[in-house]
Design a protein around this ligand. Structure first.
Ligand code: BGC
Length: 949
């Protein structure tokens, strides 16, 4: 270890780090003896015999985000991903360097934090522990890791900056442009006020070093600087309980500013703050819109640092000018109207004459907190061209965009000034080819564009979005073609994390449909659906789907943000709400429900399992305890009545599971999780208390719902699935319970009768109790009701109901005018959890995929199945292929993790890895036989197993 050999490591295609193997070398790096780098090629040759592939360290994140600007947490959590092609490669130590400038970081001058060399394999959730950070601090960081041979690798630089932490940092005032209040009949007439335009010209007299804007709105805003949109996010600053907190966004605008004349502006719309929300109009609530405030307002602060070291702040105040503009209507549910004749060219640029603009009005004072946005911004993700255009009626054109997604369209049209083009959106067509809009209920979902009559005009809305596959266009002066419309897919930019492919084309399409519907509904919050007048963050849907969501995409920051909404929505008596944010409560409807409210415990618990996130648990723990107290206070003995706005096994088919049973099963499940959560937070007493409570519930539950032979008094698929999944069966009756469930499904023709609550649990339980082939038969089923039925009938998304459409009855049992029938509801897509955790068998053992379990179980009728998952510790692959004479498993385990690999055979002599019999390999060990599997203990690496028949 005393050698001072310096090596150069070429990782794949880049010459990206210097490697040294001794403490002297560390010193070398720290002191930045860059000149020696010149000697590297020589040294490289001299030391070839020591070269090891080492670790690559990449994907640096701060609070789950890549290079976030304006964070609120001054002790943020840092993480990175390691890759290596070597087997059994690990990180033995790390060192984090954080500097106040990129230059300092480059010369290893860690003036904010040098963690020192920490002997640890931790690669995520590492809390910054350096100098106390202040508002506006810039932090540049990198990490150095040591592998199993002491070989050092260094990351590229990443950065984060601190936001405005204190009230006193905000010089800006909330501003708006007041307009006449509405006096019409709120139930008869839509009130859709125009967007407000705000602007200010200003002069910068010195050379600019850097500049940032901090901006927010009560409502939605688009920030403009010198004629350009700032950033690429939409629907900022997102939806929160605005009375409790509002988020601001931070933008680096250095490149957009110039010395001399500049102009800044904002377009402001009602959004979630003052627009129509959910079903309020449909059910005629007292209020139908403007749940947080009558009119939107904007706040913004441009902070410029000059090269001479001085700085300046330009903040919103009444010196800003205000006006209305071409956006005449802008509502999330109802749509947008744009009159291009009213455009004022150059309004957001210097030199514009704003003489006829008014002085901005002061907006409302904020009652809650103003904090940095912690979530995942909504963006334009993809552009798609229509695949077909039809003309069901003269002059009415319908474009088919090929899939049912959330977003908007861009139109490219020409015509006479004043020509009005109307766009309507739908998920399905009626038999006569016309657009089906009945399922939108009160969401008008109509956009209008009025031409200015100047050549080809291109337009897309900003403050509305729709859930649709078809768009109907009327009012065109000329026959359009496929290039008239471009679909723009929008969602929170949660990075895709999974791949899945198997020999069944139907199931591959099902997987695509699941993804499409997840993305369509992960729109700042997890909405139930993107099309009708609902789009609420229903907690039941989200808890059921949360693990599926996490397999499919990196939802760490997304759920971090939304769990704050759930926490903010916690009711005074302790229950979590049925949807969050919770803008209103329907009269005579209790705003909590079993299996919905439980999201407040289930989702943080799942995030802990998936990402190893203990901060979320810690933050929510007091609220979780209040929720548990509420549940106990409502209980009868240790059983819960199905109180509240109880939805039961929502949208089940013909089988009724009692609401009481569902409530008690979830109560027990919460209690079990709470015991584990308390343990993790070192709350030993609580852990014991919840453990004891669980045992009591379990006893009462068995007494109330079970027969001695293991059958249930309520003989439904859901009742069995919940009782087994939630650990409510006594040990000696479990197998019988599972057998009853299996029998019931077989008797039902291998089809479901369960709804939202039961379905995913049926799948998980069948695989857990050895009925894997039965689970596969449900997965591959194409007869009604099944996932396959929707796929073979052309679906491109997940439907709200098993019977959203059937061949015999059309849309929803023949009631074509029926309203509650979405074709983009992710809830039934929760089978993704089974696809990854059971079929492909990719699981975490404990928190955060540090220890992995790979237990693939490919079922009857499926010839191959390839799946991958980008975990917080790197990419895991589980591919399985059946050949005539053998089974092939291709497994990839990320660096710095270990895995138990379950090989589906107990005959060791018939299992090879590559060419070597497993018993002879030094790369992993056989740890035993488990049922029909041989279990191996392995480290990182790529493994190819062949299992002979
Ligand atoms: C939503 C559901 C939600 C339910 C409550 C519906 O209108 O679309 O997904 O969970 O209400 O039962």
């Amino acid at each position: 270890m005393n050698q001072s050999t310096v090596m150069c490591n070429i990782s794949k295609d880049r010459f990206n780090y210097i490697i040294m193997q001794t403490s002297k070398r560390e010193e070398f790096l720290l002191k930045g003896y860059g000149k020696y780098v010149l000697l590297l090629p020589l040294v490289f040759f001299l030391s070839l015999k020591f070269v090891s592939a080492g670790l690559s360290v990449d994907n640096l994140r701060c609070e789950y985000l890549v290079n976030p600007l304006g964070i609120q947490n001054t002790n943020p959590r840092l993480s990175w991903i390691l890759t290596s092609e070597e087997r059994n490669q690990v990180q033995t130590a790390y060192q984090i360097l954080v500097s106040s400038t990129p230059e300092k970081l480059a010369s290893n001058n860690a003036d904010l934090w040098d963690s020192g060399k920490i002997l640890s394999n931790q690669t995520n959730q590492i809390v910054y522990n350096g100098k106390q950070l202040q508002s506006r601090d810039e932090c540049y960081w990198k990490v150095r890791v040591w592998d199993k041979n002491g070989v050092v690798s260094e990351s590229r630089a990443a950065n984060f900056s601190v936001g405005l932490l204190n009230y006193s940092d905000w010089k800006a005032k909330w501003i708006t442009h007041n307009i006449e209040p509405f006096t019409g009949d709120k139930y008869e007439e839509l009130y859709l006020p125009p967007a407000r335009y705000l602007r200010k010209s200003f002069k910068l007299g010195k050379q600019i070093k850097s500049a940032k804007v901090y901006a927010s709105a009560l409502g939605l805003y688009e920030l403009r600087l010198n004629g350009q949109k700032v950033g690429d996010a939409c629907f900022t600053p997102g939806w929160t309980d605005y009375n409790k907190r509002v988020y601001y966004n931070t933008y680096d605008v250095t490149e957009l500013l110039k010395e001399g004349e500049n102009a800044i502006g904002a377009i402001l719309a009602d959004g979630w703050y003052s627009g129509y929300l959910g079903y309020a109009l449909y059910v005629k609530l007292d209020k139908v819109r403007a749940f947080y405030g009558e009119s939107p307002s904007f706040i913004g602060q441009l902070e410029i640092i000059y090269t001479d070291g001085t700085s300046e702040i330009l903040a919103t105040d009444q010196s800003w000018k205000a006006n209305l503009g071409p956006i005449r209507e802008a509502d999330i549910l109802m749509g947008e109207t744009y009159d291009a004749r009213l455009e004022e060219t150059g309004w957001d640029q210097a030199g514009f004459n704003a003489a006829n603009w008014k002085k901005a009005d002061l907006g409302l004072k904020l009652s809650g907190a103003l904090e940095a946005y912690p979530g995942v911004l909504v963006k334009h993700m993809e552009e798609i061209q229509p695949i077909e255009m039809t003309e069901p009626e003269k002059g009415t054109y319908i474009f088919n965009l090929g899939k049912n997604f959330a977003g908007i369209v861009r139109i490219r049209v020409s015509g006479e000034r004043g020509t009005k083009i109307t766009l309507r959106y739908g998920e399905m067509l009626h038999d006569d080819g016309s657009l089906m809009t009945e399922n939108l209920r009160k969401a008008r979902a109509t956009d209008t564009y009025i031409l200015k009559g100047e050549g080809i005009e291109t337009w897309e809305p900003r403050f509305t979005y729709h859930g649709f596959q078809y768009v109907e266009v009327t009012g065109l002066s000329e026959k359009p073609d496929l290039s008239t419309i471009t679909g723009i897919v929008m969602n929170s930019d949660t990075k895709p994390a999974s791949t899945f492919e198997c020999s069944s084309e139907m199931n591959n399409q099902l997987y695509q449909n699941i993804l499409t519907t997840q993305f369509a509904n992960f729109f700042d919050i997890p909405t139930d659906c993107p099309q009708r007048d609902e789009r609420l963050g229903w907690t039941g849907d989200a808890q059921l789907y949360s693990v599926s969501a996490a397999y499919n995409a990196d939802v760490s920051a997304f759920f971090t943000k939304w769990m704050q909404d759930v926490d903010d929505g916690q009711l005074w008596y302790g229950a979590y709400p049925i949807f969050a944010p919770l803008p209103y409560i329907r009269p005579y409807h209790v705003p909590h429900s079993p299996a919905w409210s439980d999201a407040g415990i289930i989702i943080p618990y799942n995030m802990y399992k998936i990402y190893g996130d203990t901060l979320l648990l810690r933050r929510m723990y007091p609220g979780m305890k209040r929720f548990m107290d509420f549940q106990l206070s409502e209980s009868n003995g240790f059983l819960r009545p199905g109180s509240g706005n109880n939805y039961g096994d929502w949208l089940s088919l013909g089988a009724e599971t009692s609401k009481d049973l569902i409530a008690s099963a979830y109560f027990a499940y919460d209690t079990k999780m709470m015991s584990e959560i308390a343990q993790c937070l070192n709350q030993e007493e609580d852990a014991a208390y919840y453990q004891h409570l669980f045992q009591n519930i379990k006893k009462d539950y068995a007494r109330q719902y079970m027969n001695e032979d293991g059958s249930l008094k309520e003989h439904t698929q859901t009742a069995y699935a919940l009782s087994l999944y939630m650990g409510l069966y006594p040990e000696n009756l479990k197998e019988q319970g599972a057998a009853f469930l299996a029998k019931m499904i077989t008797e039902n023709g291998n089809r479901f009768s369960s709804g939202f609550i039961g379905t995913k649990h049926v799948m998980l339980v069948l695989s857990d109790f050895g009925y894997n082939d039965l689970a596969y038969s449900l997965f591959t089923q194409t007869e009604y009701p099944s996932w396959g039925y929707s796929v073979v009938n052309g679906s491109t998304s997940i439907w709200e109901r098993w019977n959203s459409y059937t061949k015999e009855t059309g849309f929803l049992g023949g009631k074509t005018r029926s309203a509650m029938n979405s074709f983009s509801h992710y809830s039934f897509g929760a089978v993704a959890e089974w696809m990854f955790s059971k079929a492909a068998g990719i699981n975490t053992d404990g928190p955060g995929f540090r220890k992995i379990i790979i237990k693939p179980s490919i079922g009857e009728g499926v010839k191959f199945m390839n799946a991958s998952y980008n975990s917080i510790n790197g990419r895991i692959v589980s591919n399985c292929k059946k050949r005539d004479d053998r089974l092939e498993l291709h497994i990839e385990i990320p660096a710095n993790t270990t895995a138990q690999i379950y090989i589906p055979s107990v005959e060791k002599t018939k299992i090879r890895e590559g060419k070597t019999l497993i018993g002879k390999s030094n790369d992993f060990s056989i740890i035993g036989i488990n049922g029909t599997y041989t279990v191996l203990q392995a480290g990182s690496g790529v493994y190819d197993f062949i299992i002979e028949k």
